[in-house]
Design a protein around this ligand. Sequence first.
Ligand code: HEM
Ligand code: SF4
Ligand code: SF4
Length: 504
Amino acid sequence: MDGALNRLYSWRYNPLYHSGALTVALMIILLVTGTYLLFFYRIGSPYDSVVRLQNQVWLGRWIRSLHRFASDAAVVAIAIHAVRIFAQRRAWGPRALAWLSGLALLGLTLVCGWTGYVMVWDIQGLVLAREGARFLDALPFFSEPIARAFVGEREIPSAFFFLNLFLHVALPLGMGVALWIHVARIARPALLPPKKLAWGVTGLLILISVIWPVAMAPEADLFHLPRTAPYDWFYSFWLPVTALMPPWAAWIGVTVLTALASAIPWWTRPKIEAVASRVETRLCDGCRQCYLDCPYEAIAMIPMEGSRKGIVAEVEPSLCVSCGICSGSCAPMGVGPPGRTGRDQLGEVRSFIKENELGERDVVVVACGHGIGLLGQAGMPDDVPLYSVECIGSMHTSILEFLVRSGVGGVLIASCPPRDCWHREGPHWLEERLYNDREAELKSRVDRRRVRVSFLGGGDAWLFKKELESYRRDIGAIEGIEAEKDVALDLDCRTDVSAEEVGR
Ligand code: HEM
Ligand code: SF4
Ligand code: SF4
């Protein structure tokens, strides 16, 4: 699906990549349209007040429809966001808080939608109110069964509509708090989608609301059980199932589902334990770059111990997801998950060059193992070796320099699209290090024609082939590519500390 939508919208505006941020944008639409609707809603005559809104042809009708469609779209966006995170196994470790608060957000959204439908007080509202009363009466909290309010014995007290309205307004406030917790452990959360996508979605929803406004169902009537009632697929999908169940069974079902969903962060932990990053304090010169780049705020800068003055990086293992992005941040290669620091990567790339005997017309593909790297060597043309990395942001730029100066014609970096990074910010830091001199930057002496970045998702094999062919042609046209025999890289900062000294 990613691949198909990338063809349609390009990776920059692929809505699947922005599902979390799109939900926030939809919540903003709901807040604005809901505020307008609130001015006209009357708890004393709920149905009539909605009819009056519906009769405002120029504003009320489409604003009401926009409120409805945006809430439906929010459920779809949340579902895509959650399934995506699950499929990418991104819920474990420090992200468990985001997962659990996400479940709370989903629950709050569904209950909020429920109260919204009851507010209209049409036959659908009545069905939902009755179902809610049935569930609540199964709990041992109420002295009198709530369901009796809906049997027509007496008029429905306006306190019911007040309470329902109160919940409909208060729940979004709770969602604001839950969202704050949701992104609390994430550095620089992307809360809004790109402007064009946000306005595109808003425009599309307005257009549908104007062309196809929602209709009014008949008013709720306590003396007539509706034979059929309109049915909302997004908020009442559970109704056909629960209607057949005794309420206690529905409660057990919801509890079991919630428990299963809450266990996902622990179920989906990587089988091989992801080892937290470590700092080699003797190499660290306190530049703060890893601290600034870590997508999960797992690094703190602390005072140095002993005779050395200044600050040094320290990783908090319980917050680290072992993404390795800090390995790419550190010029002196003093930090990273064990076996994946810049120094380890240099060792690997040396063997890679020896194994592949590469020359000035050859192109190497450096790809993220979660994206194009999934194709494996079998997915590459025979004469194009693949160098796969855990995350493109974890690759130290010295790897690129080493490949280029060793005489490889060109390096095509197949990075996941920025909003599809499994470790959130890898592609962004890659671009900054290559083109904007962010530490650890690709040195200016490296011929930029011989390094190219393409943003490609795992489903973009077709585009990858095109990009590779065009890059090979470009490399073929470059004259005078020469290999250096013994490439010496200067590891910036404290070059006086050798690998042997730090016990490698
Ligand atoms: C109202 C509903 C929701 C909203 C508005 C929302 C929004 C967001 C946003 C903006 C991010 C940050 C994305 C980034 O910058 O990388 C995020 C991350 C996340 N969300 Fe949600 N989300 C919602 C529901 C959910 C649900 C239902 C789940 C799963 C049960 C979930 C799981 C996560 C996880 C695990 C992350 C962290 C991902 C990572 O760090 O790799 N979210 N969400
Ligand atoms: S990037 Fe390297 S040198 Fe800079 S603070 Fe982090 S560990 Fe220390
Ligand atoms: S590996 Fe490095 S960048 Fe990634 S979470 Fe751990 S400390 Fe942060």
